[in-house]
Design a protein around this ligand. Structure first.
Ligand code: BV8
Length: 246
């Protein structure tokens, strides 16, 4: 492994680390990223088409089934060493704010205490009319999506679709962390989707050191910006071992 001595020093002396993760962190758990071609029957669909209010209005059953298929993938997936290393980092540094674009809940399953879920969580379902989380519903009938037991509207996944606003509280907490951290790690995200994509820039402008770990970057060090071409599941555990050998 390259030395990454600067990064190990930064981790050991960080006061507040903010981490932004994207689908690349879950790729090693076998969960396809949006960029990868959707597999099987979903190959002919464009995720941005499916993950939108218009897509849901046009074909609610298709969208419900797409999320049901992804929920199955997530249920079979396990957190990978990258998720576990981030949960350990939280225990090693004075303060860590984990911000994720992922909706798979794998950070929680890896032991991260309170990830900020900017784009929601596929494991939760809400009423498409009232917006409230629905715990139980009747799936006896073969009608999909199921109906809200309270008002009869279609149920939907509790995720933020393209064209929808991010949860205000999550946004505020993420922006606060980007502005107040001294070390910002952007891991496994192509940085194409706004407004999450602006967080690393906010951190840089606020005086933090920013480290981008991704497969579509070239390794370079231009402090206060570092880019490392690496798999998160391989690099993160090595960095933790190097920074805290015991
Ligand atoms: C908003 C939940 C205000 C759903 C997601 C025109 C009209 C309307 C809106 C817009 C517009 N133009 C721009 C916008 C804004 C739009 C946007 O940004 N569009 C983009 C595509 C241009 N954003 C929005 O709509 C947001 N809301 O702006 O509200 C508004 C309102 C109305 C009108 C205008 C504005 C809402 C965005 C949230 C969308 N929901 N997810 C679901 O999951 O089904 S986004 C979804 O895609 C993910 O959450 C993730 O954030 C994003 C990208 O996913 P991926 O590509 O899979 O992952 P990622 O980009 O992270 O790439 C993977 C990376 O990992 C790669 O770089 C790869 O190299 C790397 N990698 C792979 N393996 C590894 C690895 N790295 C390390 N290790 C590995 N092993």
């Amino acid at each position: 492994m390259e030395t990454h001595t600067d990064l190990i020093e930064l981790l050991q002396h960080a006061r507040h680390v903010a981490v932004l993760t994207g689908a690349g962190v879950s790729a090693e758990s076998g969960i396809p990223t949006f960029r990868d071609a959707q597999t099987g029957m979903w190959a002919q669909f464009d995720p941005e088409e499916l993950a939108s209010p218009a897509g849901f209005r046009r074909n609610p059953r298709l969208i419900w089934e797409w999320y049901a298929w992804r929920r199955e993938l997530v249920a079979k997936a396990e957190p990978n060493p990258g998720h576990l290393a981030l949960a350990e980092l939280e225990r090693r540094v004075p303060r860590l704010t984990l911000i994720t674009q992922n909706v798979d809940g794998l950070h929680q399953r890896a032991g991260s205490a309170a990830p900020i879920e900017l784009h929601g969580n596929i494991g939760r379902v809400t009423c498409s009319a009232e917006g409230v989380v629905i715990e139980q519903w009747d799936e006896a009938g073969d009608e999909l999506p199921p109906r809200c037991p309270r008002c009869g509207a279609h149920l939907r996944p509790d995720v933020v679709w393209f064209g929808e606003l991010l949860p205000e509280e999550a946004m505020a907490a993420a922006w606060d962390a980007a502005r107040s951290c001294d070390l910002f790690l952007s891991i496994g995200t192509s940085g194409l989707v706004e407004p999450a994509a602006s967080l690393p820039r906010v951190a840089l402008q606020s005086g933090a050191t920013v480290v981008v770990i991704n497969l579509d970057v070239t390794t370079a060090a231009r402090p206060p910006l570092y880019t490392i071409n690496a798999r998160s599941g391989e690099l993160l555990p090595k960095l933790l071992r190097a920074a805290w050998p015991t």
